[in-house]
Write a protein that binds this ligand. Structure first.
Ligand code: HEM
Length: 468
Protein backbone atom coordinates (compact mmCIF):
# COMPACT_ATOMS: atom_id res chain seq x y z
CA UNK A 1 0.00 0.00 0.00
CA UNK A 2 1.24 3.50 -0.85
CA UNK A 3 2.37 5.82 1.94
CA UNK A 4 -0.39 7.91 3.50
CA UNK A 5 -0.09 11.57 2.49
CA UNK A 6 -0.54 14.34 5.03
CA UNK A 7 -2.45 17.53 4.20
CA UNK A 8 -0.18 20.59 4.80
CA UNK A 9 -0.66 22.37 8.11
CA UNK A 10 -3.45 24.96 7.90
CA UNK A 11 -4.85 23.41 4.67
CA UNK A 12 -8.44 24.21 3.70
CA UNK A 13 -11.29 21.73 4.30
CA UNK A 14 -11.32 21.05 0.55
CA UNK A 15 -7.62 20.10 0.47
CA UNK A 16 -8.02 17.97 3.61
CA UNK A 17 -11.02 16.16 2.09
CA UNK A 18 -9.12 15.48 -1.15
CA UNK A 19 -6.10 14.17 0.78
CA UNK A 20 -8.41 11.94 2.84
CA UNK A 21 -9.99 10.59 -0.36
CA UNK A 22 -6.66 10.17 -2.16
CA UNK A 23 -5.27 8.09 0.69
CA UNK A 24 -8.26 5.77 0.46
CA UNK A 25 -8.81 5.67 -3.31
CA UNK A 26 -5.49 6.45 -5.04
CA UNK A 27 -6.57 4.59 -8.20
CA UNK A 28 -9.17 7.26 -8.98
CA UNK A 29 -6.59 10.02 -8.55
CA UNK A 30 -4.08 8.17 -10.71
CA UNK A 31 -6.76 7.67 -13.39
CA UNK A 32 -7.55 11.39 -13.33
CA UNK A 33 -3.88 12.17 -13.92
CA UNK A 34 -3.35 9.56 -16.64
CA UNK A 35 -6.50 10.44 -18.59
CA UNK A 36 -7.00 14.14 -17.87
CA UNK A 37 -4.44 16.38 -16.22
CA UNK A 38 -1.35 14.51 -17.49
CA UNK A 39 -2.72 13.17 -20.76
CA UNK A 40 -0.79 15.09 -23.38
CA UNK A 41 -2.93 15.66 -26.47
CA UNK A 42 -1.52 17.28 -29.62
CA UNK A 43 -1.89 21.05 -29.45
CA UNK A 44 -3.10 21.35 -33.06
CA UNK A 45 -6.50 19.69 -32.64
CA UNK A 46 -9.16 21.38 -34.76
CA UNK A 47 -12.97 21.27 -34.61
CA UNK A 48 -13.09 17.78 -36.05
CA UNK A 49 -11.79 16.65 -32.65
CA UNK A 50 -14.92 17.73 -30.81
CA UNK A 51 -17.06 14.82 -31.92
CA UNK A 52 -15.54 12.18 -29.60
CA UNK A 53 -16.54 14.22 -26.56
CA UNK A 54 -19.95 14.96 -28.10
CA UNK A 55 -20.48 11.24 -28.68
CA UNK A 56 -19.76 10.69 -24.98
CA UNK A 57 -22.24 13.42 -24.08
CA UNK A 58 -24.97 11.95 -26.27
CA UNK A 59 -24.29 8.50 -24.80
CA UNK A 60 -24.93 9.91 -21.33
CA UNK A 61 -28.08 11.75 -22.52
CA UNK A 62 -29.43 8.52 -24.03
CA UNK A 63 -28.76 6.49 -20.90
CA UNK A 64 -30.25 9.05 -18.51
CA UNK A 65 -33.36 9.78 -20.60
CA UNK A 66 -33.71 6.04 -21.26
CA UNK A 67 -33.82 5.31 -17.53
CA UNK A 68 -36.67 7.78 -17.10
CA UNK A 69 -38.58 6.51 -20.13
CA UNK A 70 -38.46 2.94 -18.80
CA UNK A 71 -40.25 4.13 -15.63
CA UNK A 72 -43.44 4.65 -17.66
CA UNK A 73 -43.01 2.58 -20.81
CA UNK A 74 -44.80 -0.82 -21.05
CA UNK A 75 -43.05 -3.49 -23.15
CA UNK A 76 -46.30 -5.22 -24.11
CA UNK A 77 -47.72 -5.34 -27.63
CA UNK A 78 -51.14 -4.38 -26.24
CA UNK A 79 -49.90 -1.44 -24.16
CA UNK A 80 -46.65 -0.13 -25.68
CA UNK A 81 -48.09 2.44 -28.11
CA UNK A 82 -50.48 3.87 -25.53
CA UNK A 83 -47.73 4.01 -22.88
CA UNK A 84 -45.63 6.21 -25.18
CA UNK A 85 -48.63 8.49 -25.76
CA UNK A 86 -49.13 8.57 -21.99
CA UNK A 87 -45.49 9.64 -21.55
CA UNK A 88 -46.04 12.38 -24.15
CA UNK A 89 -49.29 13.74 -22.73
CA UNK A 90 -49.63 12.89 -19.05
CA UNK A 91 -46.24 12.23 -17.47
CA UNK A 92 -44.81 15.54 -16.18
CA UNK A 93 -41.98 16.53 -18.59
CA UNK A 94 -42.46 13.17 -20.31
CA UNK A 95 -42.59 14.86 -23.73
CA UNK A 96 -39.21 16.44 -23.07
CA UNK A 97 -37.60 13.18 -21.98
CA UNK A 98 -39.02 11.36 -24.99
CA UNK A 99 -38.00 14.03 -27.49
CA UNK A 100 -34.53 14.17 -25.94
CA UNK A 101 -34.22 10.42 -26.45
CA UNK A 102 -35.60 10.37 -30.00
CA UNK A 103 -33.56 13.40 -31.08
CA UNK A 104 -30.57 11.93 -29.22
CA UNK A 105 -30.72 8.83 -31.42
CA UNK A 106 -30.32 10.89 -34.60
CA UNK A 107 -27.79 13.21 -32.95
CA UNK A 108 -25.74 10.14 -31.98
CA UNK A 109 -25.47 9.06 -35.61
CA UNK A 110 -24.72 12.58 -36.88
CA UNK A 111 -21.93 12.95 -34.32
CA UNK A 112 -20.56 9.44 -34.85
CA UNK A 113 -20.59 9.75 -38.66
CA UNK A 114 -18.62 13.01 -38.39
CA UNK A 115 -16.28 11.41 -35.82
CA UNK A 116 -15.62 8.49 -38.20
CA UNK A 117 -15.10 10.83 -41.13
CA UNK A 118 -12.48 12.72 -39.13
CA UNK A 119 -10.71 9.39 -38.55
CA UNK A 120 -10.88 8.70 -42.27
CA UNK A 121 -9.38 11.99 -43.45
CA UNK A 122 -6.60 12.16 -40.89
CA UNK A 123 -5.68 8.46 -41.08
CA UNK A 124 -6.43 8.01 -37.37
CA UNK A 125 -6.97 4.28 -37.92
CA UNK A 126 -3.36 3.73 -39.03
CA UNK A 127 -0.60 2.21 -36.92
CA UNK A 128 -0.53 2.34 -33.88
CA UNK A 129 -4.29 3.13 -33.58
CA UNK A 130 -5.74 0.09 -35.35
CA UNK A 131 -7.43 -1.18 -32.18
CA UNK A 132 -8.90 2.24 -31.40
CA UNK A 133 -10.53 2.10 -34.83
CA UNK A 134 -11.65 -1.53 -34.45
CA UNK A 135 -13.28 -0.77 -31.09
CA UNK A 136 -14.91 2.20 -32.82
CA UNK A 137 -16.30 -0.02 -35.59
CA UNK A 138 -17.65 -2.45 -32.98
CA UNK A 139 -19.27 0.54 -31.23
CA UNK A 140 -20.86 1.53 -34.54
CA UNK A 141 -22.30 -1.97 -34.99
CA UNK A 142 -23.69 -1.91 -31.43
CA UNK A 143 -25.15 1.51 -32.05
CA UNK A 144 -26.95 0.24 -35.13
CA UNK A 145 -28.34 -2.75 -33.20
CA UNK A 146 -29.35 -0.45 -30.35
CA UNK A 147 -31.17 1.99 -32.67
CA UNK A 148 -32.87 -0.78 -34.62
CA UNK A 149 -34.23 -2.50 -31.50
CA UNK A 150 -35.19 0.76 -29.84
CA UNK A 151 -37.22 1.71 -32.88
CA UNK A 152 -39.58 -1.24 -32.38
CA UNK A 153 -40.51 -0.15 -28.86
CA UNK A 154 -43.08 2.62 -29.63
CA UNK A 155 -44.99 -0.08 -31.56
CA UNK A 156 -46.09 2.23 -34.37
CA UNK A 157 -46.64 1.19 -37.97
CA UNK A 158 -43.03 1.93 -38.96
CA UNK A 159 -41.65 0.21 -35.87
CA UNK A 160 -43.62 -2.87 -36.71
CA UNK A 161 -43.09 -3.07 -40.46
CA UNK A 162 -39.48 -1.91 -40.33
CA UNK A 163 -38.68 -4.74 -37.91
CA UNK A 164 -40.65 -7.16 -40.05
CA UNK A 165 -38.66 -6.24 -43.19
CA UNK A 166 -35.25 -6.28 -41.53
CA UNK A 167 -35.78 -9.51 -39.56
CA UNK A 168 -37.08 -11.15 -42.75
CA UNK A 169 -33.74 -10.31 -44.39
CA UNK A 170 -32.08 -12.82 -42.10
CA UNK A 171 -34.39 -15.45 -43.57
CA UNK A 172 -32.56 -14.96 -46.91
CA UNK A 173 -29.39 -16.53 -45.46
CA UNK A 174 -29.04 -19.99 -47.05
CA UNK A 175 -29.84 -23.07 -44.91
CA UNK A 176 -30.08 -21.41 -41.47
CA UNK A 177 -31.97 -18.24 -42.48
CA UNK A 178 -35.60 -19.16 -41.74
CA UNK A 179 -34.69 -20.65 -38.33
CA UNK A 180 -32.54 -17.64 -37.52
CA UNK A 181 -35.37 -15.22 -38.35
CA UNK A 182 -37.73 -17.29 -36.20
CA UNK A 183 -35.27 -17.20 -33.33
CA UNK A 184 -34.85 -13.42 -33.57
CA UNK A 185 -38.62 -12.81 -33.65
CA UNK A 186 -39.53 -15.53 -31.14
CA UNK A 187 -42.63 -15.99 -33.28
CA UNK A 188 -43.66 -16.46 -36.91
CA UNK A 189 -44.36 -12.74 -37.24
CA UNK A 190 -43.13 -9.76 -35.26
CA UNK A 191 -45.17 -9.88 -32.07
CA UNK A 192 -45.20 -9.55 -28.32
CA UNK A 193 -42.26 -11.97 -27.93
CA UNK A 194 -40.22 -9.84 -30.34
CA UNK A 195 -41.09 -6.66 -28.47
CA UNK A 196 -40.06 -8.19 -25.14
CA UNK A 197 -36.69 -9.45 -26.33
CA UNK A 198 -35.91 -6.23 -28.21
CA UNK A 199 -36.78 -4.30 -25.06
CA UNK A 200 -34.47 -6.45 -22.98
CA UNK A 201 -31.58 -6.05 -25.46
CA UNK A 202 -32.24 -2.33 -25.94
CA UNK A 203 -32.28 -1.38 -22.26
CA UNK A 204 -29.63 -3.63 -20.82
CA UNK A 205 -27.61 -6.02 -23.01
CA UNK A 206 -26.50 -3.71 -25.82
CA UNK A 207 -25.90 -0.63 -23.60
CA UNK A 208 -23.64 -2.73 -21.37
CA UNK A 209 -21.58 -3.91 -24.34
CA UNK A 210 -21.57 -0.36 -25.73
CA UNK A 211 -20.26 1.07 -22.48
CA UNK A 212 -17.57 -1.62 -22.26
CA UNK A 213 -16.48 -0.87 -25.82
CA UNK A 214 -16.38 2.88 -25.22
CA UNK A 215 -14.11 2.32 -22.20
CA UNK A 216 -11.87 0.02 -24.29
CA UNK A 217 -11.89 2.62 -27.12
CA UNK A 218 -10.67 5.36 -24.80
CA UNK A 219 -8.15 3.24 -22.89
CA UNK A 220 -6.63 2.02 -26.16
CA UNK A 221 -6.51 5.61 -27.44
CA UNK A 222 -4.83 6.91 -24.31
CA UNK A 223 -2.26 4.10 -24.41
CA UNK A 224 -1.03 5.04 -27.88
CA UNK A 225 -1.92 8.76 -27.76
CA UNK A 226 -4.12 10.84 -30.06
CA UNK A 227 -3.47 11.45 -33.72
CA UNK A 228 -3.94 15.00 -35.06
CA UNK A 229 -4.75 16.85 -38.31
CA UNK A 230 -1.10 16.66 -39.42
CA UNK A 231 -0.80 12.95 -38.71
CA UNK A 232 2.50 13.64 -36.90
CA UNK A 233 3.30 11.43 -33.88
CA UNK A 234 3.94 13.88 -31.03
CA UNK A 235 5.45 11.09 -28.90
CA UNK A 236 8.24 10.76 -31.45
CA UNK A 237 8.88 14.52 -31.50
CA UNK A 238 10.92 16.66 -29.07
CA UNK A 239 10.21 16.38 -25.34
CA UNK A 240 10.83 18.57 -22.29
CA UNK A 241 13.06 17.65 -19.32
CA UNK A 242 10.20 15.63 -17.77
CA UNK A 243 9.72 13.65 -20.99
CA UNK A 244 6.48 15.44 -21.95
CA UNK A 245 5.98 16.02 -25.69
CA UNK A 246 6.55 19.66 -26.62
CA UNK A 247 3.76 19.44 -29.19
CA UNK A 248 1.25 18.30 -26.59
CA UNK A 249 -0.86 20.09 -23.99
CA UNK A 250 -2.54 18.52 -20.93
CA UNK A 251 -6.07 17.44 -21.82
CA UNK A 252 -7.30 19.22 -18.71
CA UNK A 253 -7.69 22.20 -18.71
CA UNK A 254 -6.92 22.89 -22.39
CA UNK A 255 -9.28 20.50 -24.11
CA UNK A 256 -11.88 20.35 -21.36
CA UNK A 257 -12.47 24.08 -21.92
CA UNK A 258 -12.36 23.62 -25.69
CA UNK A 259 -14.87 20.75 -25.45
CA UNK A 260 -17.22 22.66 -23.11
CA UNK A 261 -17.42 25.38 -25.76
CA UNK A 262 -18.29 22.75 -28.37
CA UNK A 263 -20.81 21.17 -26.02
CA UNK A 264 -22.57 24.54 -25.62
CA UNK A 265 -22.87 24.95 -29.40
CA UNK A 266 -24.10 21.38 -29.75
CA UNK A 267 -26.70 21.84 -27.00
CA UNK A 268 -28.02 24.98 -28.72
CA UNK A 269 -28.72 23.01 -31.91
CA UNK A 270 -29.96 19.99 -29.95
CA UNK A 271 -32.43 21.97 -27.84
CA UNK A 272 -33.59 24.01 -30.85
CA UNK A 273 -34.58 20.76 -32.55
CA UNK A 274 -36.24 19.36 -29.43
CA UNK A 275 -38.32 22.49 -28.85
CA UNK A 276 -39.09 23.60 -32.39
CA UNK A 277 -38.81 20.60 -34.72
CA UNK A 278 -38.68 17.32 -32.77
CA UNK A 279 -39.99 15.28 -35.69
CA UNK A 280 -37.55 17.08 -37.97
CA UNK A 281 -39.77 16.85 -40.99
CA UNK A 282 -40.40 13.15 -40.40
CA UNK A 283 -36.68 12.29 -40.44
CA UNK A 284 -36.14 11.94 -36.70
CA UNK A 285 -39.65 10.68 -35.90
CA UNK A 286 -41.48 9.25 -38.90
CA UNK A 287 -45.11 10.32 -39.35
CA UNK A 288 -46.28 6.75 -39.94
CA UNK A 289 -45.04 5.87 -36.49
CA UNK A 290 -47.79 7.94 -34.90
CA UNK A 291 -50.21 5.25 -36.13
CA UNK A 292 -50.41 2.15 -33.87
CA UNK A 293 -48.88 -1.04 -35.30
CA UNK A 294 -51.35 -2.94 -37.41
CA UNK A 295 -50.16 -6.41 -38.50
CA UNK A 296 -52.97 -6.53 -41.09
CA UNK A 297 -52.14 -3.26 -42.86
CA UNK A 298 -48.77 -2.90 -44.62
CA UNK A 299 -47.84 0.78 -45.17
CA UNK A 300 -47.36 1.57 -48.90
CA UNK A 301 -43.78 2.72 -48.42
CA UNK A 302 -41.52 1.32 -45.71
CA UNK A 303 -38.20 3.10 -45.16
CA UNK A 304 -35.81 2.91 -42.24
CA UNK A 305 -34.73 5.99 -40.28
CA UNK A 306 -32.27 8.21 -42.22
CA UNK A 307 -29.12 6.87 -40.56
CA UNK A 308 -29.70 3.39 -41.99
CA UNK A 309 -30.76 4.46 -45.47
CA UNK A 310 -27.32 4.39 -47.19
CA UNK A 311 -27.08 0.69 -46.34
CA UNK A 312 -30.74 0.10 -47.16
CA UNK A 313 -30.10 1.62 -50.60
CA UNK A 314 -27.24 -0.83 -51.14
CA UNK A 315 -29.57 -3.69 -50.22
CA UNK A 316 -32.19 -2.53 -52.73
CA UNK A 317 -29.52 -1.92 -55.37
CA UNK A 318 -28.49 -5.57 -55.31
CA UNK A 319 -30.81 -6.83 -58.01
CA UNK A 320 -30.22 -9.73 -60.44
CA UNK A 321 -28.64 -7.27 -62.88
CA UNK A 322 -26.29 -6.03 -60.17
CA UNK A 323 -25.31 -9.61 -59.32
CA UNK A 324 -24.37 -10.10 -63.01
CA UNK A 325 -22.27 -6.93 -62.85
CA UNK A 326 -20.55 -8.32 -59.73
CA UNK A 327 -19.86 -11.58 -61.59
CA UNK A 328 -18.21 -9.49 -64.32
CA UNK A 329 -16.19 -7.46 -61.80
CA UNK A 330 -14.93 -10.59 -60.01
CA UNK A 331 -14.03 -12.19 -63.37
CA UNK A 332 -12.12 -9.13 -64.63
CA UNK A 333 -10.35 -8.66 -61.28
CA UNK A 334 -9.25 -12.31 -61.31
CA UNK A 335 -7.92 -12.15 -64.89
CA UNK A 336 -6.09 -8.84 -64.30
CA UNK A 337 -4.51 -10.18 -61.08
CA UNK A 338 -3.53 -13.36 -62.90
CA UNK A 339 -1.84 -11.49 -65.73
CA UNK A 340 -0.33 -8.55 -63.82
CA UNK A 341 -0.01 -9.82 -60.23
CA UNK A 342 3.51 -9.94 -58.80
CA UNK A 343 3.03 -13.17 -56.85
CA UNK A 344 3.83 -16.85 -57.40
CA UNK A 345 2.16 -19.25 -59.85
CA UNK A 346 0.49 -21.31 -57.10
CA UNK A 347 -1.04 -18.18 -55.58
CA UNK A 348 -2.32 -17.14 -59.02
CA UNK A 349 -4.01 -20.50 -59.55
CA UNK A 350 -5.52 -20.31 -56.04
CA UNK A 351 -6.83 -16.86 -56.90
CA UNK A 352 -8.50 -18.10 -60.08
CA UNK A 353 -10.09 -21.02 -58.22
CA UNK A 354 -11.37 -18.65 -55.48
CA UNK A 355 -12.81 -16.29 -58.11
CA UNK A 356 -14.51 -19.18 -59.92
CA UNK A 357 -16.00 -20.38 -56.60
CA UNK A 358 -17.26 -16.87 -55.83
CA UNK A 359 -18.84 -16.53 -59.27
CA UNK A 360 -20.50 -19.92 -58.77
CA UNK A 361 -21.91 -18.82 -55.39
CA UNK A 362 -23.05 -15.47 -56.82
CA UNK A 363 -25.12 -17.31 -59.41
CA UNK A 364 -26.40 -20.06 -57.08
CA UNK A 365 -27.86 -17.94 -54.29
CA UNK A 366 -30.50 -15.34 -55.08
CA UNK A 367 -29.97 -11.59 -55.26
CA UNK A 368 -31.83 -10.97 -51.98
CA UNK A 369 -29.19 -12.93 -50.09
CA UNK A 370 -26.39 -11.01 -51.80
CA UNK A 371 -28.19 -7.80 -50.92
CA UNK A 372 -27.93 -8.78 -47.27
CA UNK A 373 -24.24 -9.62 -47.76
CA UNK A 374 -23.64 -6.25 -49.45
CA UNK A 375 -25.47 -4.38 -46.70
CA UNK A 376 -23.57 -6.17 -43.92
CA UNK A 377 -20.31 -6.03 -45.86
CA UNK A 378 -20.59 -2.24 -46.16
CA UNK A 379 -20.14 -1.98 -42.38
CA UNK A 380 -17.78 -4.94 -41.90
CA UNK A 381 -15.35 -3.58 -44.47
CA UNK A 382 -14.69 -0.61 -42.17
CA UNK A 383 -12.93 -2.95 -39.73
CA UNK A 384 -10.25 -3.63 -42.35
CA UNK A 385 -9.49 -0.01 -43.17
CA UNK A 386 -6.17 0.07 -41.25
CA UNK A 387 -4.84 -2.60 -43.61
CA UNK A 388 -6.39 -1.27 -46.80
CA UNK A 389 -4.78 2.16 -46.71
CA UNK A 390 -1.21 1.96 -48.06
CA UNK A 391 -0.56 5.68 -48.43
CA UNK A 392 2.93 6.73 -47.23
CA UNK A 393 1.31 9.56 -45.23
CA UNK A 394 -1.56 9.57 -42.75
CA UNK A 395 -3.30 12.90 -43.08
CA UNK A 396 -5.25 14.13 -46.09
CA UNK A 397 -3.25 17.37 -45.74
CA UNK A 398 -0.14 15.74 -47.19
CA UNK A 399 -1.76 13.44 -49.71
CA UNK A 400 -1.98 14.25 -53.42
CA UNK A 401 -4.70 16.83 -54.09
CA UNK A 402 -6.78 14.45 -56.17
CA UNK A 403 -7.21 12.19 -53.12
CA UNK A 404 -9.40 14.95 -51.69
CA UNK A 405 -11.72 14.59 -54.69
CA UNK A 406 -11.88 10.83 -54.17
CA UNK A 407 -12.99 11.42 -50.56
CA UNK A 408 -15.43 14.11 -51.69
CA UNK A 409 -17.04 11.80 -54.27
CA UNK A 410 -17.23 9.09 -51.59
CA UNK A 411 -19.11 11.46 -49.28
CA UNK A 412 -21.44 12.60 -52.07
CA UNK A 413 -22.28 9.01 -53.01
CA UNK A 414 -22.87 8.13 -49.35
CA UNK A 415 -25.31 11.06 -49.03
CA UNK A 416 -27.01 10.20 -52.33
CA UNK A 417 -27.38 6.58 -51.21
CA UNK A 418 -28.89 7.88 -47.98
CA UNK A 419 -31.33 10.06 -49.91
CA UNK A 420 -32.34 7.27 -52.28
CA UNK A 421 -32.95 4.90 -49.36
CA UNK A 422 -35.66 7.26 -48.08
CA UNK A 423 -37.39 7.48 -51.48
CA UNK A 424 -39.71 4.82 -52.92
CA UNK A 425 -37.81 2.62 -55.40
CA UNK A 426 -37.53 3.84 -59.02
CA UNK A 427 -35.55 2.62 -62.04
CA UNK A 428 -33.33 5.69 -62.11
CA UNK A 429 -32.85 5.60 -58.32
CA UNK A 430 -31.82 1.94 -58.46
CA UNK A 431 -29.29 2.65 -61.20
CA UNK A 432 -27.72 5.52 -59.27
CA UNK A 433 -27.70 3.40 -56.09
CA UNK A 434 -25.92 0.63 -58.00
CA UNK A 435 -23.22 3.04 -59.16
CA UNK A 436 -22.98 4.39 -55.61
CA UNK A 437 -22.67 0.90 -54.16
CA UNK A 438 -19.90 0.00 -56.63
CA UNK A 439 -18.09 3.24 -55.78
CA UNK A 440 -18.43 2.61 -52.04
CA UNK A 441 -16.91 -0.86 -52.27
CA UNK A 442 -14.39 0.22 -54.93
CA UNK A 443 -13.23 3.01 -52.61
CA UNK A 444 -12.27 0.48 -49.92
CA UNK A 445 -11.32 -2.60 -51.93
CA UNK A 446 -9.11 -0.69 -54.37
CA UNK A 447 -7.59 1.46 -51.62
CA UNK A 448 -4.40 -0.66 -51.40
CA UNK A 449 -3.80 0.41 -55.02
CA UNK A 450 -5.04 4.00 -55.30
CA UNK A 451 -3.85 5.18 -51.88
CA UNK A 452 -0.24 4.62 -53.04
CA UNK A 453 -0.63 6.63 -56.24
CA UNK A 454 0.34 10.28 -56.71
CA UNK A 455 2.96 12.51 -55.14
CA UNK A 456 2.63 13.17 -51.43
CA UNK A 457 3.67 16.46 -49.85
CA UNK A 458 6.52 16.54 -47.29
CA UNK A 459 5.20 15.86 -43.77
CA UNK A 460 6.66 18.32 -41.21
CA UNK A 461 8.61 17.03 -38.17
CA UNK A 462 6.46 19.04 -35.79
CA UNK A 463 2.71 19.74 -35.82
CA UNK A 464 1.42 22.95 -37.43
CA UNK A 465 0.23 25.21 -34.67
CA UNK A 466 -0.53 28.92 -34.61
CA UNK A 467 -1.47 30.44 -31.25
CA UNK A 468 -4.76 32.31 -31.43
C1 HEM B 1 -20.30 5.93 -28.68
C2 HEM B 1 -19.51 6.20 -29.67
C3 HEM B 1 -18.12 6.77 -29.54
C4 HEM B 1 -17.58 7.49 -28.52
C5 HEM B 1 -18.25 7.92 -27.21
C6 HEM B 1 -16.22 7.82 -28.88
C7 HEM B 1 -15.36 8.56 -28.12
C8 HEM B 1 -14.11 9.00 -28.53
C9 HEM B 1 -13.34 10.01 -27.86
C10 HEM B 1 -13.76 10.77 -26.59
C11 HEM B 1 -12.19 10.14 -28.56
C12 HEM B 1 -11.04 11.13 -28.23
C13 HEM B 1 -11.42 12.51 -28.75
C14 HEM B 1 -11.42 12.57 -30.26
O1 HEM B 1 -10.42 12.20 -30.85
O2 HEM B 1 -12.45 12.97 -30.83
C15 HEM B 1 -12.21 9.22 -29.66
C16 HEM B 1 -11.20 9.04 -30.60
C17 HEM B 1 -11.28 8.19 -31.69
N1 HEM B 1 -12.39 7.48 -32.11
FE1 HEM B 1 -14.14 7.36 -31.13
N2 HEM B 1 -15.95 7.27 -30.11
C18 HEM B 1 -17.08 6.63 -30.55
C19 HEM B 1 -17.25 5.97 -31.75
C20 HEM B 1 -16.25 5.77 -32.70
C21 HEM B 1 -16.42 5.10 -33.96
C22 HEM B 1 -17.75 4.53 -34.43
C23 HEM B 1 -15.20 5.11 -34.59
C24 HEM B 1 -14.80 4.53 -35.91
C25 HEM B 1 -15.36 3.55 -36.50
C26 HEM B 1 -14.26 5.80 -33.72
C27 HEM B 1 -12.93 6.01 -34.01
C28 HEM B 1 -12.07 6.81 -33.27
C29 HEM B 1 -10.68 7.06 -33.59
C30 HEM B 1 -9.89 6.49 -34.78
C31 HEM B 1 -10.18 7.92 -32.60
C32 HEM B 1 -8.76 8.50 -32.52
C33 HEM B 1 -8.78 9.80 -33.25
C34 HEM B 1 -7.45 10.49 -33.31
O3 HEM B 1 -6.64 10.32 -32.40
O4 HEM B 1 -7.26 11.21 -34.33
N3 HEM B 1 -14.93 6.20 -32.60
N4 HEM B 1 -13.40 8.54 -29.63
Amino acid sequence: MAEFKEAPAGASVGVKTMTWLENRFPTAFDAYKVHMSEYYAPKNFNWWYIFGSLALLVLVIQIVTGIFLVMHYKPDAGLAFASVEYIMRDVPWGWLIRYMHSTGASAFFIVVYLHMFRGLIYGSYRKPRELVWIFGCAIFLCLMAEAFMGYLLPWGQMSYWGAQVIVNLFAAIPFVGPDLALMIRGDYVVGDATLNRFFSFHVIAVPLVLLGLVVAHLLALHDVGSNNPDGVEIKKGPKDAQGRPLDGVPFHPFYTVHDIYGVCLFLMAFTAIIFFAPEFGGYFLEYNNFIPADPLKTPPHIAPVWYFTPYYSMLRATTDVMVNVLVGVVGIAAVVSFLKGKFGGAAKVALLVAAAALIFLLKVFDAKFWGVVVMGGAVIILFFLPWLDHSPVKSIRYRPDWHKYVYAVFVVFFLVLGYLGIQPPSDMGTLVAQVGTLFYFGFFLLMPWWSRLGTTKPVPDRVNFHAH
